[in-house]
Write a protein of this length. Structure first.
Length: 143
C-alpha cells in the first residue's frame, strides 16, 4: 500500500507540469497546508520524492520567490545528505527554471550557475531528457 504522504509529495513534485500548462495555482493553499502538516512536520521521507522540493515549487508557483529559494536550499541539503543525485540535480534545474520564468525580475546569473550545476550530474548519471531540458533553458537565457 502506498502511503498518502508519498502520493501528496509526488503530486506536488509534478506541479511544475501544471504551471507550464496554464499558470494555475488554484487550491495551492490546501496543497501547501497538507504538505506542511503531513509530510514536512513529521519529516517524512521517501525515495524519489522530497517535500522541501515540493514546497519550493509551490512557493515559486504562488510568487513567493524568496521563500522558494529557502526551500530549494533546504532540499539541496537533505538530498546531498541522502546522496540523491538525480533529484538534487533536478532541484537546481527547477530553481533555474523559476528564475527564468520571473523574466526581468529573475536572477539570470544565478539561473546560469544552477543550470551549470545541474548539467554535469545529468550527463554523468545518464539523464539525457533532463540534460536536454537544461540545455533548452540555457538557450532561453541566451536570447
Amino acid at each position: 500500500m502506498i502511503d498518502r504522504r508519498v502520493q501528496l509529495t509526488e503530486h506536488l513534485l509534478g506541479f511544475r507540469k501544471l504551471v507550464s500548462w496554464g499558470e494555475r495555482s488554484d487550491h495551492a493553499d490546501v496543497l501547501e497546508r497538507n504538505l506542511r502538516e503531513k509530510t514536512l512536520a513529521p519529516d517524512f521521507r521517501a525515495p524519489r520524492t522530497d517535500a522541501r522540493l515540493a514546497l519550493a515549487r509551490l512557493c515559486a508557483l504562488t510568487g513567493r520567490f524568496e521563500e522558494a529559494r529557502e526551500w530549494f536550499d533546504k532540499a539541496r541539503r537533505v538530498l546531498d545528505e541522502q546522496g540523491a543525485r538525480p533529484l538534487r540535480a533536478i532541484t537546481d534545474l527547477d530553481e533555474a527554471w523559476m528564475e527564468v520564468r520571473r523574466g526581468r525580475d529573475g536572477d539570470r546569473t544565478r539561473a546560469l550557475a544552477l543550470l551549470d550545476a545541474a548539467r554535469a550530474p545529468f550527463e554523468s548519471i545518464g539523464m539525457p531528457g533532463w540534460l536536454r531540458r537544461a540545455n533548452e533553458l540555457r538557450q532561453q537565457l541566451a536570447r
